[in-house]
Design a protein around this ligand. Structure first.
Ligand SMILES: NC(=O)c1ccc[n+]([C@@H]2O[C@H](COP(=O)([O-])OP(=O)(O)OC[C@H]3O[C@@H](n4cnc5c(N)ncnc54)[C@H](O)[C@@H]3O)[C@@H](O)[C@H]2O)c1
Length: 247
């Protein structure tokens, strides 16, 4: 059990990559807080893995503080945070994106990191260190057209990862980003800007050398490694989990 004795808060864990990460963490012995805007979904996942469910919006300061407090009081501390919750508008020409969607994508994908950093730092420091993970994207490393404002949120996430890694190293809090290539989740058709069908996937698959989309298990495996002691000298990395897309 690679995460025995550790406690983890995973946001956006009612679905997609976050659900996969929460399941993998529990399978490796961690106690997991499953946080999501979708509280029913969070309860379902938490019930299946023996974790606790927390509702809330990662773009709201009071909700993020409550997620951290709920984890500390429910699980006894905070060793691992996975900032996974994210959102995108549907792929479209960038000049067509409405201001409301621009504000939302930056609130959910970027402001959430500021809020979580402030809320979680003290609790992680009190444990003598920990692992603060950000689910970013290849969109922040090798952006595709027609998702520009979303891509920019992941570029910001990458820079935040590198900055916090340096600031928090003295406290033994490691900060790393996982950069998935497109995968099969609740957001897939929005990223594609069309229905997720085998025909519509073909153009995306052609850009991924290993020839498939990412899966929640791919992302979860990387998140287990970045949270366990085996990666104790790794901080500030932007790890593509992308079948060679960024190579
Ligand atoms: N699916 C992909 O192709 C892909 C590729 C690269 C990166 N990502 C990133 O992976 C992360 C997870 O997304 P996913 O693809 O698993 O999508 P998903 O829609 O399946 O899961 C996202 C989860 O986040 C929750 N959520 C959304 N807004 C929230 C908020 N404001 N507060 C709390 N919870 C909220 C949703 O309820 C949902 O359960 C996102 O950060 C996304 O940008 C996804």
């Amino acid at each position: 059990m690679r995460l025995q004795g550790k406690t983890a808060l995973v946001t956006g864990a009612a679905s997609g990559f976050g659900e996969g990460i929460a399941r993998a963490y529990a399978a490796q012995g961690a106690r997991v807080a499953v946080a999501d805007l979708n509280l029913d979904g969070a309860r379902r996942v938490a019930g299946e893995i023996g974790g606790i469910a927390l509702g809330g919006d990662v773009s709201k300061a009071a909700d993020v503080r409550a997620m951290v407090e709920g984890t500390v009081s429910g699980l006894g501390g905070l060793d691992i945070v996975v900032n996974n919750a994210g959102w995108t508008y549907s792929r479209q020409p960038s000049l067509d994106v409405e201001e409301e969607a621009f504000d939302k994508v930056f609130s959910v994908n970027v402001k959430s990191l500021y809020l979580m950093a402030r809320a979680a730092h003290g609790a992680m420091k009190a444990r003598g260190g920990g692992s603060f993970l950000i689910v970013s994207s290849t969109a922040g490393l090798r952006p595709r057209p027609n998702l520009t404002w979303y891509n920019a949120t992941k570029g910001a996430a990458n820079v935040i990862t590198q900055g916090l890694a340096q600031e928090w190293a003295a406290e033994n809090i490691r900060v790393n980003a996982i950069c998935p290539v497109i995968g099969g989740t609740g957001l897939t058709s929005a990223f594609m800007g069309m229905e997720d069908t085998p025909e519509n996937r073909a153009g995306f698959l052609a850009t991924i050398p290993l020839g498939r989309f990412s899966t929640p298990a791919d992302i979860a495996n990387a998140c287990v490694w970045l949270a366990e002691d085996a990666s104790s000298f790794i901080t500030g990395v932007l790890l593509p989990v992308d079948g060679g897309r960024c190579a």
